[in-house]
Design a protein around this ligand. Structure first.
Ligand code: ATP
Ligand code: MG
Ligand code: MG
Length: 389
């Protein structure tokens, strides 16, 4: 056994499922806390090592019930009850929490996250807090211009919580769409590419970066990831990794962090946001890197030696399988194409209901070169609904 410490994970979605799968290879016992009856992670917790607690990751009583059974607590989602984690930290002296509750608190409010980054001299584009009213929105637009990216400060994921305001006449619509939640606004960033870096940090504070990847979003949801990022700018890779590492150094606690960034025409890099956990842009590491983000997250929080973050294939991509409707048939179609191609690995998350915009699985493609990667990717893209590939 790599470690006899028990790991508790708040959240049992696909990230929890892949963390648990990785833990099982090292015989690391895992207990998952999630409210759903048959969530992706619970489905694979069949060994005596692994178990789960039924309950919400935002329920303080359930969080304490989990804490009483584990040595290390971690999260696969940032929308957890941080006050409960603070209490665990002060009452369960033998339980370590990674990343630190304070880190999760800063990150789960996207406005306070941006303030934190700006305070630490990390590059972010202009942003301001916005009162949730038509007047509040028009005053933000007067300061930052149009289009304006309105964002919900809390509970955001997959772009749910974002509204692109192109005209002040849309203000009512924006308020209705964002459901009266606390808001802030970001200046529109005319990026040329979106990039991301996974950074892993040990309990003693050392950081190590995975390769810089290109992320392609469609309707605000991550659609494709290409690893490594191809660029003619010789300094870009080190620059982006340096910014991502500095951002992670500004926060406390161990584990992997996903740093999403915008790349501008002139080579400037801005941080979009940070995830304090394994991240969609790091799924490719399972097949394409020496050590996956999931395994390195576990190694980091358990104070085990980190594994290499290097790529072990010349070229890789990740395609998210996103629900097109309530039917699984579109996902099945792309899956069957993938099964007939070389170099592809299909990951299905076991979600019982398919919905438009829901992440149902992903496919990793690896290849000996970029041309072969594109050739393998093409039939997958062509199989997607409304494909224009
Ligand atoms: P995630 O699932 O990554 O947590 P999220 O709901 O937190 O998503 P963001 O990452 O804030 O949403 O935004 C989603 C996408 O919207 C970005 O990846 C980018 O494509 C676009 N976007 C976000 N902020 C801006 C901006 N200020 N200007 C232009 N485009 C933006
Ligand atoms: Mg986010
Ligand atoms: Mg994002």
């Amino acid at each position: 056994m790599a470690s006899n410490k028990v790991v508790g994970i708040l959240g049992g979605g696909q990230l929890g499922r892949m963390l648990a799968a990785s833990a099982s290879l090292l015989n690391i016992p895992v207990i998952i806390l999630d409210g759903g009856p048959n969530t992706p992670a619970k489905q694979i917790l069949a060994s005596p090592y692994h178990t789960h607690i039924d309950g919400s990751f935002s329920d303080p009583i359930k969080i304490k019930e989990l804490a009483a059974k584990v040595d290390v607590l971690t999260v696969e989602i940032e929308h957890v009850d941080v006050n409960a984690l603070d209490e665990v930290e002060s009452t369960f002296k033998n339980v370590q929490i990674h990343p630190a509750p304070g880190t999760i608190r800063i990150i789960q409010d996207k406005y306070s996250q941006k303030e934190h980054l700006a305070r630490n001299n990390l590059p972010v584009s202009d942003f301001i807090s916005v009162e949730s009213s038509v007047e509040g929105i028009s005053s933000a637009a007067a300061t930052l211009g149009l289009p304006l990216m309105l964002k919900s400060r809390t509970l955001a994921y997959d772009g749910r919580g974002n509204y692109v305001l192109r005209d002040l006449a849309q203000s009512h619509d924006a308020l209705a769409a964002l459901g009266g939640r606390p808001l802030y606004a970001e200046k529109w960033v005319p990026f040329t590419q979106e990039i991301a870096v996974m950074v892993v940090r040990t309990t003693t504070g050392e950081v190590s970066s995975y390769p810089v990847v290109e992320t392609v979003h469609k309707d605000n949801i991550c659609h494709l990831v290409f690893a490594p990022l191809r660029t003619r700018d010789p300094g870009l890779i080190k620059r982006a990794q340096g910014i991502a590492e500095a951002a992670v150094q500004s926060l406390s606690g161990a584990g992997v962090f996903g740093v999403e960034m915008f790349l501008m025409e002139n080579g400037t890099v801005y941080i979009n946001e940070i995830a304090p956990r394994p991240h969609n842009s790091g799924h490719y590491t399972i097949e394409a890197c020496e050590t996956s983000q999931y395994e390195n997250h576990l190694r980091a929080i358990l104070s085990l030696p980190l594994g290499s973050t290097a790529l072990k294939v010349p070229s890789a991509a990740m395609l998210n399988l996103i629900g097109a409707s309530t039917s699984l048939s579109e996902i099945q179609q792309t899956t069957s194409v993938a099964l007939s191609l070389p170099g592809t690995s299909v990951h299905l998350y076991g979600k019982s209901e398919c919905r438009k915009g829901r992440k149902m699985g992903h496919i990793t493609i690896t290849a000996p070169n970029d041309a072969e990667l594109r050739a393998r990717l093409r039939p997958l893209l062509e199989s997607l609904p409304n494909s224009t590939a």
